[in-house]
Design a protein around this ligand. Structure first.
Ligand code: ZN
Length: 134
């Protein structure tokens, strides 16, 4: 593929490039937080910048403000394992993302996502049923 003018223009305008980059990160997960599946409002560094994490696609994932705020300077996997909404499929997706295999990460997330809200509802219903049965 030839280098076209658009790419050249983006190189001259880091702000546009940054905005497009952020947008592309959010689009990978359909604008959902990679940790909990809520709407992603921010970009989170898997390895925090304070620990030498880079601001590249491999280290940056879409996250909601709640996850981003609660994670703070913790390493993502250490923090994520301790969350109520921990999902091993999402953990695998984050691992794949960090290794640069975004396509695999997206596939794992699609696998994890559909059960997200339904789980809460069915858990609630199950609780109701077992209460009745008891
Ligand atoms: Zn979240």
């Amino acid at each position: 593929m030839h280098i076209n003018d658009a790419v050249f223009l983006e190189d001259l305008c880091p702000k546009i490039r940054f905005r497009e980059w952020r947008k592309s990160i959010h689009n990978f997960t359909n604008k959902k937080c990679i940790y909990c599946g809520q709407p992603s409002e921010s970009i989170d560094h898997i390895l925090p910048r304070s620990r030498g994490g880079l601001s590249n696609t491999e280290n940056c994932v879409p996250a909601c403000l709640s996850c981003n705020g609660s994670k703070t300077d913790n390493e993502a996997f250490y923090w994520y394992r301790r969350q109520k909404f921990y999902d091993p499929r999402r953990a695998m997706a984050i691992r794949a993302w960090l290794e640069g295999d975004i396509r695999l990460a997206v596939r794992l997330l699609q696998w994890a996502t559909p059960t997200n809200k339904k789980n809460y509802i069915s858990d609630y219903k199950n609780t109701g049923t077992s209460y009745k049965a008891a």
